[in-house]
Design a protein around this ligand. Structure first.
Ligand code: NAP
Length: 454
C-alpha cells in the first residue's frame, strides 16, 4: 500500500511513495553487506573528505529542503533551516575528530605491547522519528560512517521525502553505493530487518514501546542497541535566578519544534519566593506566541505533525484539567483544518494527571510551586523518564546538588537542554540507554578489540 506525506497545516497530500518490497529490502541488505567489506578498509582521511562534502551538500540545500521539511512535518521554517545547518556541523565534527576519537588506546601490561583498537562492526539499522527528521539521522549516520560502518535507515512513515533526501546527501557527496540506504518500510517490517544476519546492530529514537520492541528483538539475536526515547524534562527555577532570562529560556525550551521535542522542558518547578513573578511573565510570554503557517516569517508554533499527536495532546490536557490542573489562560481559536494546538500552561496538576507523569508532545507546560530545591528535585525525579534537566540559579551549592541528584542524562545550568556534536547525549530510566554524539557516539557501534603482543 502506498504511503503519503500530508501537510499538517492543510491536511493536503504532498507526495505519495511506494514502499520497498521484501525483494528490494533484501537487495539493500546485500548491498550494505558487500559495501561494508571495502568501506571498513578505507582511511579516515578518505571518509573525512566525503563527510565534508556531505556537509557541503546539506548547506547547499537549506533553501529547498528547509521548506520541504516544514511542509512535511510542520516545524517553523527557520528551525528547519537551522536543523539542516546543524546536520552539516555534525558531519564536519566527525570528519575532523573521528580519527582522534578512535585512536588506539595503549595499556601497559607484561606483554611487549598491548592496546585497544576500535574497529567497525558492519551494517547498522537506524529506526528514526519524524520530529527532527534530518538531525536524528545525521547524528547517527556521521559517526557510524566515519567509524567504518554502513547505515540503513528506516524513517518514520510521515517523512519519507526527508528520508529520500538524506540518502541523496550521501549519494551527492560521493559515498559509494550501499554506504547509506533508506528503506521505505513500515514498522511491521522492522523485526525481519533486525533479525537478518547481515544487520549487526540497531539504534532507535522514538517512543518507549517502539524502543522496547526493537531492543527485545535485538536482544533475542544478541545484537547491540542504543535507545533514545521520550522525556518529561524538569526545569527548576530558584530565587537567585534572573527571572526574565529564565522565563525566556523556559518558553523556548517548551515550545521549540512546536513543543514536539524529547528534550523540551515539560515540567516547571519554581521556588515559592519567585513563583508569582515567574508565573505572570511565563503566562504573558506563552500567550504572545504566534501560531500559524510554518513557512511564514515570525511564526513561533506551527501545526503538530499528525492528527493522532494533536488528539492525544488534547486528551491529555482534558484529563489533566478534569483531575484538577488549572489552565492559566484561554487558548486562541485555531483553524478547523490542520492539526493545530495552541500553547497552554497547566498549574498544579495532581500526581494522577497525565500532565504530571506522561510525556506531553506539544506546546503545553506544567507548572508547580516548590518550597525548596530538595522538594523540586524529589518531584523532578518522580517520573519514569530521565532524559535532560535544567536549573536556573547562581548559587554554586544548588548547582552541585542538582548535578548530583537529578536523575537525568544531562543537567544544563541557566540554559535549556540542547544537543551538541561535542557533548554526549542520552538518557537514563525509560528515556533509554547508550549515548550519541561526541566520542561516546562514535564508540556506540564499535568492536573495542583487545590486542596483546607477547
Ligand atoms: P514512534 O512512534 O516510536 O516512531 C519512531 C520510529 O519507530 C518510526 O520510524 C516508527 O515507524 C518506528 N516504530 C514505531 N513502532 C515501532 C515498532 N513497534 N517496531 C519498530 N519500529 C517502530 O515515535 P514518534 O512518535 O515518531 O516520535 C516521538 C517520540 O520520540 C517521543 O516519545 C520523543 O520524545 C521521542 N524522541 C526521543 C529522542 C531522544 O533523543 N531521546 C529524540 C526525538 C524523539 P512508523 O512511523 O512507520 O510507525
Amino acid at each position: 500500500m502506498s504511503v503519503s506525506s500530508i501537510n499538517p497545516a492543510t491536511e493536503e497530500t504532498i507526495e505519495t511513495f511506494e514502499p520497498h518490497s521484501p525483494v528490494d529490502v533484501d537487495a539493500a541488505l546485500s548491498r550494505a553487506e558487500g559495501r561494508y567489506e571495502d568501506w571498513r578498509l578505507t582511511s579516515f582521511e578518505h571518509r573525512a573528505r566525503l563527510m565534508q562534502k556531505a556537509a557541503d551538500v546539506l548547506e547547499s540545500h537549506v533553501d529547498d529542503w528547509g521548506p520541504s521539511m516544514s511542509l512535511e512535518m510542520g516545524k517553523p521554517l527557520s528551525q528547519a533551516q537551522g536543523e539542516l545547518k546543524k546536520c552539516a556541523w555534525v558531519c564536519r565534527h566527525y570528519a575532523e575528530n573521528a580519527s582522534k576519537y578512535l585512536e588506539d588506546q595503549t595499556i601497559k601490561t607484561d606483554a611487549s605491547k598491548a592496546f585497544v583498537r576500535h574497529l567497525p562492526i558492519g551494517p547498522v539499522l537506524a529506526v528514526m522519528p519524524w520530529n527532527f527528521p534530518y538531525w536524528q539521522v545525521f547524528r547517527f549516520a556521521a559517526p557510524a560512517l566515519m567509524a567504518g560502518n554502513v547505515g540503513l535507515l528506516k524513517h518514520a512513515s510521515n517523512v519519507w521525502r526527508c528520508a529520500l533526501n538524506i540518502e541523496d546527501v550521501f549519494r551527492q557527496a560521493g559515498f559509494p553505493e550501499g554506504c547509506f540506504q533508506t528503506l521505505l518500510i513500515g514498522s511491521d517490517q522492522v523485526e525481519k530487518v533486525v533479525r537478518d544476519r547481515r544487520v549487526r546492530a540497531a539504534t532507535l529514537t522514538g517512543s518507549g514501546p517502539a524502543g522496547a520492541s526493537v531492543a527485545s528483538i535485538a536482544g533475542d539475536e544478541i545484537k547491540p542497541t542504543v535507545l533514545e526515547l521520550g522525556g518529561t524534562d524538569a526545569f527548576i527555577v530558584m530565587p537567585s535566578a534572573d527571572i526574565e532570562a529564565a522565563v525566556e529560556t523556559a518558553i523556548d525550551a517548551r515550545t521549540q519544534n512546536n513543543g514536539q521535542s524529547c528534550i523540551a522542558a515539560k515540567r516547571f518547578f519554581v521556588h515559592a519566593d519567585v513563583y508569582d513573578d515567574f508565573r505572570e511573565k511565563f503566562v504573558e510570554g506563552m500567550k504572545a506566541l504566534k501560531v500559524g503557517d510554518p513557512l511564514e516569517d515570525g511564526t513561533n508554533i506551527g501545526p503538530l505533525a499528525m492528527k493522532d499527536i494533536r488528539d492525544d495532546l488534547a486528551s491529555q490536557v482534558e484529563k489533566s484539567i478534569k483531575a484538577g490542573a488549572r489552565p492559566l489562560f484561554e487558548q486562541k481559536d485555531l483553524p478547523d483544518t490542520g492539526w493545530w494546538y495552541g500553547p497552554q500552561i497547566l498549574e498544579e496538576a495532581p500526581d494522577n494527571a497525565p500532565a504530571a507523569h506522561e510525556e506531553m508532545f506539544g506546546p503545553v507546560a506544567s507548572l508547580w510551586k516548590v518550597s525548596s530545591l530538595t522538594d523540586a528535585i524529589r518531584r523532578a525525579n518522580d517520573s519514569p523518564f530521565g532524559l535532560g534537566s535544567s536549573i536556573c540559579t547562581t548559587e554554586r551549592a544548588e548547582m552541585d546538588q542538582a548535578i548530583r541528584d537529578l536523575e537525568a542524562g544531562s543537567t544544563f545550568v541557566n540554559s535549556k537542554v540542547a544537543s551538541d556534536p561535542r557533548l554526549p547525549f542520552g538518557g537514563v530510566k525509560t528515556s533509554g540507554y547508550g549515548r550519541e554524539l561526541a566520542e561516546d557516539g562514535i564508540r556506540a557501534f564499535i568492536n573495542r578489540k583487545t590486542v596483546s603482543i607477547a
